[in-house]
Design a protein. Structure first.
Length: 419
């Protein structure tokens, strides 16, 4: 059992003991009031002033009994007798939960109220300042590193993981790949990366031709039936050797004319991707076919499961320390940017408003459902432990107020001749 649960149980036991003590002490006042009433009634002929005491004790006894009945009726049937409108809490538990949920939703969890409190306290600055402390950042990174593998495993094995994979698959299927490839080719044009791409393309062409010499010789022989095979081999070898040498020349010469031709061809392909509908349709079909064969839902689940089972922690101690230090530095810089703090607070406010607008009724229903699941006797006991001491003082006040009211009415009743 965790320390939190033990502490909660100890606090509840202490509250229950205090309630029991108060209930016993205040309940003893009732027989004292009855004894005072009896004594005053018996001796007031000899001591007329005891009539005031009689009025006080009589009214205090009546008030005390009435308040005892009212307090007990909240949680159970007085003396076990099912009087009407008693045991109010257990009998109306579900209705109380429903009204409590509505009350919280309409008076506390309103978008304006919650969002205003969060932004009023500067939640963004508080959070960033807290995370800028290296110890706090380290705790967050360690906690995430410990919890994330288990969360990934649970997500991968759940229906949510499969649904997430389907969402990813639908997203990838809706992405227009032709414009993306066109922009990628445009970004290569005239850049240092273009040299790498051109070198790779020419080197791959040369390597493929070198490995395909027997095949090329066979096809060449089929096309030139009048030349001997050794002539075909000589010509093919010279051709392939020339291609290989040219690839080496292009790699060594950044201004080689063939490099410019390849870059122009890449630009032409980019233009075709943007402007040729047939190419776009073919790419879309190829994209759809590839995704259908890959099954993105299964891929996502396997990726989550793999990430969650590789290690008990996703980050090594060294990497976690570096990441925590980086997180602290970044948060410290962000916390010193007033414009960014204002922007984050504004976004948080909008997010809170949207979430509470959408899910406010769900919060209310959650409270109602939780109360409905509780045992009626348990609810009554816990509620009585929390508010019972105040209710016992109400009993005490009822006796005092009743007694004083009796004293105040005594002279009036005497004047009227009732006493």
């Amino acid at each position: 059992m965790s320390e939190t649960v033990i502490d909660a149980a100890q606090r509840e036991a202490a509250k229950a003991a205090r309630l029991h003590h108060l209930r016993r002490v205040i309940s003893l006042l009732l027989p004292l009031a009855a004894a005072g009433l009896y004594a005053a009634s018996h001796f007031k002929a000899q001591f007329p002033a005891l009539a005031w005491v009689q009025s006080f004790c009589e009214a205090a006894l009546i008030g005390g009994i009435a308040d005892w009945f009212a307090v007990v009726a909240l949680f159970r049937n007085p003396m076990g007798i099912p009087f009407p409108h008693t045991a109010i809490v257990p009998r109306n538990k579900n209705r109380i939960g429903l009204e409590l949920g509505r009350f919280v939703e309409q008076n506390f969890l309103t978008p304006e109220n919650v969002a205003g409190k969060f932004t009023e306290k500067g939640l963004a600055r508080i959070g960033l300042t807290w995370l800028s402390q290296p110890a706090n950042a380290s705790h967050v990174v360690d906690a995430a590193g410990d919890a994330l593998p288990r969360l990934l495993r649970d997500l991968a094995r759940s229906d949510t993981g499969h649904a997430l994979g389907n969402v990813v698959g639908r997203f990838l299927d809706q992405v227009e790949i032709a414009p993306i490839l066109a922009r990628l080719l445009d970004s290569l044009s005239g850049s240092e990366h273009a040299k790498i791409v051109v070198d790779y393309i020419i080197a791959q062409v040369a390597s493929t031709l070198h490995k395909s010499r027997p095949f090329i010789k066979t096809r060449f022989a089929q096309q030139s039936r009048l030349t001997p095979f050794w002539v075909d081999g000589y010509l093919v070898n010279r051709f392939v050797d020339a291609i290989v040498d040219m690839a080496a020349e292009v790699a060594a010469d950044p201004n080689h004319e063939l490099r410019a031709l390849v870059e122009e061809e890449l630009a032409r392909i980019a233009t075709g991707l943007r402007e040729t509908p047939d190419v776009q349709i073919q790419l879309r079909q190829a994209q759809h076919d590839v995704l259908a064969r890959l099954d993105p839902a299964t891929l996502v689940q396997n990726a989550l499961l793999g990430a969650g089972t590789t290690n008990d922690r996703l980050l090594s101690p060294e990497l976690a320390a570096e990441f925590a230090a980086m997180l602290a530095r970044v948060c410290a810089r962000l916390a010193d940017d007033p414009a960014l703090i204002t922007a984050i607070d504004a976004r948080l406010r909008r997010l809170i408003v949207q979430v509470l607008t959408l899910f406010g009724p769900q919060f209310s229903a959650l409270i109602a459902d939780a109360v409905e699941q509780w045992d009626a006797d348990t609810v009554s006991r816990k509620l009585e432990i929390e508010v019972g001491p105040d209710l016992q003082y109400i009993r005490l006040n009822g006796m005092l107020v009743g007694g004083l009211a009796g004293v105040a009415l005594h002279p009036l009743l005497h004047i009227l001749g009732v006493q």
